[in-house]
Write a protein that binds this ligand. Sequence first.
Ligand code: ADP
Ligand code: MG
Ligand code: ZN
Length: 489
Amino acid sequence: MEFESVIGLEVHVQIKTRTKIFCGCPTTFGGEPNSQICPVCAGYPGVLPVLNRKVVRELARTALALKARVNSHSIFARKQYFYPDLPKNYQISQYELPLAEKGELSFTLDGQTRTIGIHRIHLEEDAGKLLHAVGNKALNHTLVDLNRTGVPLMEIVSEPDLRTPEEASEYLSTLRTRLRYLDVSDCNMEEGTMRCDANVSIRPRGQTSLGTKAEIKNMNSFKAVRDALSHEIRRQEQAVQAGERIVQETRLWDAARGVTISMRSKEEAHDYRYFPEPDLVPIHLDAAALEDLRKTIPEMPEQKRARYADQWGLSAYDVNVLTENPSLSGYYEETLTSSWPSEQQAEAAKPVANWVTTDLLGRLNAEHIDPADSPLTPARLGELVMLIQDGVISGKIAKTVFDEMWTTGRAAKDIVQAKGLVQVTDEGAIARWADEVISANEKAAREYREGNERAIGALVGAVLKKSAGKANPQLVNKILREKLSSKPS
Ligand code: ADP
Ligand code: MG
Ligand code: ZN
């Protein structure tokens, strides 16, 4: 039997705020355990939550960017369960009347555009963290850190519209890029500012009703999401083929063993006894407030890609790399627009894109630096590319200058001058080197004369080497060819 898999994702994203959702405690990461707590987030009796205005604004902006409907009236709900990381014994979340519903997110995979429905987007507070070990040392008791309790989250629930693990991963990365453009969240799966639960079922191809789903938790990278889903789909197919029935359950991904393990079945599922939160007033967002928020939505990745291709003629590859991260596209645009007048930008666009996507991005990634914090500024990179355009230095020498700029922060011009790196365009000097190289490499010279076009490469390389990389390669090529086409003296 041929199966089709059906996937829906529940994504939790930490909303970027300075303070928590219902109190003034800081949200900064990595503080001493329990140093960022107060009676409200620690769940003391008698305290009252006060809603952080920014989280509502950020969720509404996200909803608008995901073409979702923002409800003018929405309420909070208590989701009740007992667990040591939850001091109040309930989590303030939204159940009925979430802040936003019915959105969509599109992406292109293998040349096909897919549009995935978004069922709802709601607000909730994070729980604390349990520590079962300190460093590598296992404890025989458990410690509780409440710094994370009350950190604002939004949950984005997709419709079961995804069909493969690759689609699930592409949906996540498209969502991440969009949230980063909105500056709503860092969306870092490894650091836990983006977390994902994956629901998956299978059904015989052609069947329209949904099969019984399993929910998988505990994946902390895109790769883990793909691997866990692939494994789970295979497990369900094998079970059905062996005549078993799939049971609705929650499973945990064990990355070390590469398997999902059952955590609890439907019978053991929690009954959260949701009810409206009596300590918080309903949220009202009128049309005027939404209009104001709509104005704060920046250009989104798809628009940016279209504009780069249109305005600057960049390839699909360059455009995709440059727009993956808004901070990188910001760097690119600043380099181009601050260094060249608009009528010259199309010509500089491609060389600047090359420098940004290879040399600069390579360095930034290797040193884990965000483009916005690059020690090499856009203006400085622009100067370097101009020196190449003007023929002052060769592309090869530019690599050396780039390295030097990166470490010293000095201007390209100064480095070129101080180190005497100006390109040699003096034909007399190049001709002398060419003569020396031809007599020292008789074999290659003969081969070229006998019609082996490729033999010229070694000769060009040798001249460049003699010039310490400073000879203009086009001139070297031209002069060598002239000399080799005349009779040997
Ligand atoms: P639950 O009540 O168990 O949380 P929901 O209906 O809220 O289930 O759906 C949670 C997530 O699971 C959503 O992302 C939804 O798209 C997805 N989902 C629901 N049913 C299925 C199914 N049969 N197969 C795969 N995913 C599903
Ligand atoms: Mg659910
Ligand atoms: Zn607090």
